[in-house]
Ligand binder design. Structure first.
Ligand code: VGL
Ligand code: ZN
Length: 204
């Protein structure tokens, strides 16, 4: 059984948002078309407390997009974004969320960031998604959303590690692209075993 996984289509990742992904909003109509064709739709929502450790503002003398060492490894520091309960954390107003059966919130622990829908950035703390999918006999995920080079990439790589089949819908994802990170993400995802597909192929 298959499911559509919609990653982080939130105001802060869309143009005008705190951590905007260029043209991030242009995938919304494509995702809305796709989601009508799936019996199971799952979403993720980046959901940080104020003062989260992934925010540059929580570190003295750090600017957004610089990196720091966390106990679990290197971490990119971001502008404050997707703060719990803020408008920036809301889904894009045009995204059809009515048919979503599960919304996984992630990044709510102050000291650990969480890009992936499966594991937090310490690579150990789980979100529970694997168990949910197994109990529902879902073995194949079609991934769409934001951002290709962070939350989409890590969700796909972790999903493959957990034994699921992963497709990435190339015209329904957009990336931040820090120094070629989008191209890098595509190589990492395909080398890990993900398959690229277009919305056109899925809609016909
Ligand atoms: C994301 C950076 C920080 C994402 C979330 O959704 O790709 N990127 N938090
Ligand atoms: Zn975040």
């Amino acid at each position: 059984m298959k499911a559509l996984l919609i990653v982080d289509v939130q105001n802060d990742f869309c143009p005008g948002g705190a951590l905007e992904v260029p043209n991030g909003d242009t995938i919304v109509p494509v995702i809305n078309k796709l989601s009508k064709q799936f019996d199971v739709v799952i979403q993720t929502q980046d959901w940080h407390p104020q003062g989260h450790s992934s925010f540059a503002s929580s570190h003295e003398e750090k600017q957004p997009f610089e990196t720091t060492k966390m106990p679990y490894g290197e971490q990119v520091l971001w502008p404050d974004h997707c703060v719990q309960g803020s408008n920036g954390a809301n889904f894009h107003p045009d995204l059809d969320t009515d048919r979503s059966q599960l919304i996984i919130r992630k990044g709510f622990r102050k000291d650990i960031d969480s890009y992936s829908a499966f594991f937090e950035n310490d690579d150990a703390t789980t979100t529970g998604l694997t168990g949910y999918l197994r109990e529902r006999n879902i073995d194949t995920l079609y991934t769409v959303g934001l951002a290709t080079d962070f939350c989409v990439k890590w969700s796909v790589i972790d999903g493959l590690k957990e034994g699921f089949n992963l497709y990435v819908v190339e015209d329904a994802v957009k990336g931040i692209d820090i120094e070629g990170s989008v191209g890098q993400a595509w190589s990492e995802m395909t080398e890990a075993g993900a398959q690229k597909i277009t919305s056109q192929e899925l809609l016909t």
